[in-house]
Design a protein around this ligand. Structure first.
Ligand code: AMP
Length: 349
């Protein structure tokens, strides 16, 4: 999606990925190798005006030597903070962005103490390498401590108080090196099993939108950020609680391809290539639905008026994000009706 956004601007992407059938390889040249392979990274950096990433679990130490060869955007520090849930929460707290009460857990005894102090239910998570609900255990009562420890126990965990949220929202924005910032409208996101299933945008709530923008701006300015940044929030009692940040284009922003004047992919490229940022204005009321585990029957979905279909060309696997579709309507009501119609045609596995 990044490469496809680049071509009309005359920008050409080259990718580094582990497998030859990575989606990027279908639309741009690819280097094959591990994401921390110094030789491959050097090859990529030498051939590129700027290097970016769309996955945050690559080691910052591997990127460090490239900084003398080319520009790395967003900055490595943003990548490193986002890789560790504890560091991320420390940054949010330092910037007076509310987070769920939490404790670092390194031993089973730490977990017992954390569950006693913060109470149950709570979520035990790995600090690193967790995404799409991976590396998480919901502790409903203290009797589950052994089960939680057996499932993901070890050093490097965090225990968070469970947030009884009314909804989950995300704020996506882009910042240029010239310090220009643009914000997309809030999107409201529905997850199951820790994976995003569908989302709608704009989620209209003036107070929350203002608060979310403020959070995003603080993080961007503190990190000297360049590129697209996402912060995901829980809405609890009408207030935002920051869950996590992603220093990259984000699944909850895929709606922007069809639903806003400039997509998040294009704005990421514009930001990292020192081009003026594009308008984030929504062109209507949008719903985005992920295809998880298996592709839907294409013909049936395409029969929905104006539906945009995005197949990533990936091999199906349970829980894997294989594509998405987007529907844009003039009003939120019409959008919600079309969303229901589309949801009936999609099965998540
Ligand atoms: P994460 O990997 O932190 O984004 O978590 C994935 C999903 O799990 C979130 O989008 C929520 O739906 C749920 N979740 C994570 N942490 C919590 C929490 N502290 N309280 C309630 N739900 C949570």
């Amino acid at each position: 999606m990044m490469a496809l956004a680049g071509y009309p601007l005359g920008l050409h992407c080259q990718f580094l990925d582990r497998s030859a059938d990575a989606p990027g390889a279908q639309v741009a040249p690819i280097l094959l190798g591990e994401l921390d392979d110094p030789a491959r990274l050097t090859e990529l950096a030498t051939a590129s005006d700027v290097v970016t990433f769309d996955w945050e679990n690559l080691p910052g130490t591997a990127l460090a030597p490239l900084e003398t060869l080319t520009m790395i955007r967003p900055p490595r520090q943003a990548l490193e903070v986002s890789q560790d849930r504890l560091a991320e929460k420390a940054l949010f707290s330092r910037l007076k962005i509310p987070v769920a009460p939490h404790a670092a857990v390194g031993t089973r005894e730490d977990l017992v103490r954390a569950a006693r102090r913060l109470g149950c239910p709570g979520v035990l998570k790995t600090r690193r390498m967790g995404y799409d609900g991976k590396g998480q255990f919901v502790l409903r009562h203290p009797g589950q401590i052994d089960a939680a420890w057996a499932a993901i126990g070890g050093a490097g965990l965090i225990y968070e108080k469970f947030q009884d949220f009314s909804r989950e929202v995300s704020m996506i924005g882009a910042r240029s090196a010239a310090r220009e910032i643009v914000y997309y409208p809030l999107s409201s996101n529905s997850h199951a099993g820790g994976i995003l299933r569908y989302g709608v945008a704009p989620y209209v709530n003036v107070a929350l939108e203002r608060a979310a923008r403020r959070c995003l701006r603080r993080v961007m300015e503190t990190l000297g950020y360049v590129g697209v940044l996402t912060v995901e929030f829980f809405v609890v009692g009408g207030r935002l609680i920051a869950n996590e940040m992603a220093p990259r284009v984000h699944n909850s922003g895929h709606w922007t391809i069809d639903g806003s004047v400039t997509s998040q992919f294009e704005n990421h490229l514009r930001a990292i290539c020192d081009l003026p940022l594009g308008s984030t204005r929504p062109v209507g009321h949008t719903a985005m639905i992920n295809f998880l585990g298996r592709m839907p029957v294409r013909e049936r979905l395409l029969a929905i008026d104006g539906l945009a279909y995005h197949d990533y060309g990936k091999a199906p696997r349970p829980g894997r994000k294989l594509g998405h579709c987007t529907i844009v309507r003039r009003t939120a009501r019409e959008r919600n009706q079309a969303l229901q119609q589309a949801l009936e045609l999609i099965e998540w596995t």
